[in-house]
Design a protein around this ligand. Structure first.
Ligand code: FAD
Length: 497
């Protein structure tokens, strides 16, 4: 491929397709001709409603108005995920966004907390985390300089519709139609065009595959290959249903572990997204559907929807003149709400690597290496929840706690158990989260850093108490989540800059 990229074609109009269209048109629209093809008859997956804080930055990059976005998507705020019954039946913890306690130059806060715990002067680990305490009290307020880390719950269909309006304003042309054939250049195998069922051909210089699990371009046409992770993540199915809200939305997602599955609850302004993720080798579709319906609150708004998936990663996210974004690029189950984050990562990374003239293989290789690193680390973090558990009440949980895990994860678990350390690799996504989840799942380190012993008992007590008091004082000043949301959306509350 020797010419510069002018015509970009996005195949698919789900969350991935419209996020790609929004970013490309807003940030490079004046240099590109962007077309998006989607098929209403095929539709979108219709789930994907919990996010992590990186979405706040994506929206800022695009200049998206937060209040408008929340109004249009029935959105609410999210401060973390409450994991119920994951460590054991009846034992809960929250993985909150943000940092717990205060690290020092030599070691993380968990070392101080561990000694405090031994001495009987420390509370729960989460008591030293502002976001966790605010979530627990159902509170939310924008604090200056993102002093309170947050993400959103959103309605996926409305989000795609919102981004469609946004993208069309910046010149994206939408074509309705079903892609029947992906045409390749006979000499180099690059994609030349997409032939629709109407006979129309959409040609382009670069193609973004957002066709979801069908992966029409990256896999069906380019045969890039797939690395399966199902031996580490046994869940391969989900059933999802929406219900009417019966209470005010809480600022956190709920993840409730069941006998051989887990259930999500995502509170929007007027409805709740519910789903059960399960392993079909341990639970039938019928029983999963029954279990979900038995455990939702409020009237159902749609028929339960069954979704089958394969966990793993496309071997290359970028291949020839095609980039995979969203479900076409691979899938990790939604336990930590990371898929929308990975969509934005692929888009923003692609913009950073955007070829000046021709595509250089060295750039493609580096792009793929970075994507691989990101996904592998997130995969490890998700496996951690299944592997480190005291649950042994069902065959499913016994299998999970005994299964082999990737060497990279095994090393991280051993390090934490033996020394209390967690080291961030390169710029992997999760940092403080590792401590929160490892402790929450019941992995207690055998030692803490010796430096902590240089503090007197009095100093350590003061140090821990000071952090807890600061957290408590800040939480006391926050608004109730629902009250804040209403005030912010009506314009009655204006957040600090
Ligand atoms: P889709 O929504 O499937 O869109 C595919 C698009 O391609 C559609 O527009 C379709 O019409 C079009 N298309 C397909 N084939 C053709 C064709 N031949 N011709 C024309 N158009 C075509 N992510 C999160 O971040 N948080 C969550 O809480 C979360 N929960 C999830 C729960 C479950 C059970 C699952 C399975 C996923 C979840 N995800 C979550 C992932 C999230 O749903 C996806 O990452 C996100 O919706 C993006 O999907 P997509 O746009 O890639 O695919």
């Amino acid at each position: 491929m020797s010419e510069s990229i002018k015509k970009v074609v996005i195949a698919g109009g789900g969350t991935a397709g419209w996020m790609a269209a929004a970013a490309l048109s807003k940030l490079m629209g004046s240099q590109l001709e962007i077309t998006l093809v989607e098929s209403e008859s095929i539709g979108t997956i219709g789930v994907g409603e919990a996010t992590i804080p990186t979405l706040v930055f994506f929206h800022r990059l695009l200049g998206i108005d937060e209040a408008e976005f929340l109004r249009e998507t029935q959105g609410t705020y999210k401060l973390g995920i409450r994991f119920e019954n994951w460590r054991d039946v009846g034992k809960d913890y929250t993985h909150a966004f943000g940092v717990t306690g205060k690290d020092c130059w030599a070691c993380g806060f968990q070392h101080f907390w561990l000694r405090g715990r031994k001495m009987g002067i420390a509370g729960d680990f989460g008591e030293y985390c502002l976001e966790r305490r605010a979530a627990e009290e159902h509170k939310f307020t924008h604090l200056p300089k993102i002093g309170l880390n947050y993400a959103f719950h959103l309605d996926a269909s409305r989000y795609a519709a919102y981004l469609r309006k946004f993208s069309e304003k910046f010149g994206v042309k939408r074509v309705e139609g079903k892609i029947d054939l992906v045409q390749l250049h006979p000499e180099n195998g690059f994609i030349r065009g997409l032939k629709l069922d109407s006979g129309q051909v959409i040609d382009g210089d670069f193609f973004i595959d957002c066709t979801g699990m069908r992966a029409m371009l990256i896999e069906k046409a380019l045969h890039t290959g797939f690395e399966s992770w199902s031996h580490w993540l046994p869940c391969d199915s989900a059933v999802a249903v929406q219900t009417e809200a019966v209470e005010e939305p809480v600022p956190f997602t709920r993840s409730i572990a069941r006998e051989s599955a887990w259930q999500w609850r995502i509170p929007l302004q007027t409805r709740v997204g519910n789903g059960l993720v399960y392993a079909s080798s341990y639970q039938s579709d019928e029983s999963a559907c029954e279990q979900l319906l038995e455990n939702v609150e409020g009237n159902t708004l749609i028929e339960p929807r069954l979704i089958k998936f394969q966990t793993g990663r496309r071997r290359k996210q970028w291949h020839k003149n095609c980039l995979a974004v969203g479900l076409s690029s691979g899938f990790l189950e939604p336990l930590e709400s990371t898929s929308i984050h990975l969509i934005q990562q692929n888009i923003v990374r692609f913009l950073r690597f955007f070829p000046q003239s021709e595509i250089h293989q060295c750039e493609v290789d580096e792009f793929n290496r970075q994507c691989e690193f990101d996904m592998d680390r997130i995969r490890d973090f998700i496996i951690l929840h299944y592997k480190v558990t005291d649950r042994s009440d069902t065959e499913f949980w016994r299998h999970c706690s005994q299964m082999e895990v990737p060497d990279s994860l095994a090393a991280k678990i051993d390090m934490f158990r033996e020394t209390g350390h967690v080291f961030r690799e390169a710029n992997e996504l999760f940092v403080d989260s590792w401590q929160q989840v490892m402790l929450g799942q019941g992995l207690e380190p055998e030692r803490y850093h010796p430096l902590v012993d240089s503090m007197s008992e009095h100093e350590l007590t003061e140090f821990l108490q000071h952090i807890r008091t600061n957290v408590d004082n800040t939480v006391a000043k926050l608004h109730g989540h629902n009250e804040y949301l209403k005030g912010y959306l009506s314009g009655a509350i204006v957040p600090p800059r």
